[in-house]
Design a protein around this ligand. Sequence first.
Ligand code: BGC
Length: 364
Amino acid sequence: MSEKEASVIVKPFGKTKDGQLVHLYTLTGAGGAVMDVIDYGGRVVRLSTPDRQGKLEDITLGFNTVKEYEANPGPYFGALIGRYGNRIAKGQFTLDGQAYSLPTNNTPAGVPCSLHGGDKGFDAIVWHVEPLTEGETVGLKLSMTSPDGDQGYPGTLKVDVTYWLTPENVWKIEYEATTDKATPINLTQHLYFNLKGQAEGDILDHTLTLFADKITPVDKGLIPTGKITSVAGTPFDFTAPHLIGERITAKDEQLDFGCGYDHNWVLNNPKGKLVKAAALFEKTTGRLVEVWTTEPAIQFYSGNFLTDEVPSKTPGKKLCRRGGLALETQHSPDSPNQPNFPSTILRPGAVYKSTTEYRFGTKE
Ligand code: BGC
């Protein structure tokens, strides 16, 4: 028996600064979860899931207006990320003998790189959205075409992303893309979680498990060194559950470079099956989210660069450093320049496909 009637409702959400209309789609799942998505960046604005008493709370960081999203692009709250999630060293890569140059929109430790698709990535465009219903599952199909040369990337890239909200409170994301010239592609979703509720303090008291025993260590510019190293005996070992705050201030060069956790864990997933990548739990509310993916890696970002200057959705309640965390399924950073990492090159005739599920629940 369903707790609610599944539905999709559309309302106006405002306008971008160049006058494009932005719409808000409310997906109500039969299992009780409610998700608000805007076509600007395919962003999840609110996501409410039941706690162990059944009480709904918004557990994701976001803003109330388009203006705030445009004025604060840096944290990529709830956004679809493309063409390339994560960093590309110096904003440069060579493909089939040709050199390409991307906007260097990020400078960790003063070292320029291209982050999350460049100056105007997929997080900052208005997607075409079609509401979907299949039985008790509701969804949205988000589509866009990125023109040849967009942000320096080659080829016309056609992208479809489908969000599904199932009666089991699973948010399933299906990515699909084709191109007419070879191009790197690494799509992801940049939702931040705070399972106590957004603006309810930091996430250091959340318990995380990462089903991965290796990371791609980075240099001070947060670019992978090319090595793939074991997490055993380091603060990066989340193969058994650990509180996020437990070792985040440990003396460790990688934690220093990331100002906390901002690293890529390599999943044991060579065949691209749907595997469990992460589990996040918060004990006072009992909320639990499992992350399942067909991707070979996951970025765990502990919100180190968030501050109370980022506006909050709730008047009177400020955000704070580490007020949310992101678990971004993807290929490893800088793969176009890393011959030892799985390839991120999509060629004409091939179809890019990737699936990620965030499975919401509770436990005692
Ligand atoms: C990256 C962080 C970056 C953040 C931007 C994350 O995916 O790993 O380094 O600061 O995105 O909000």
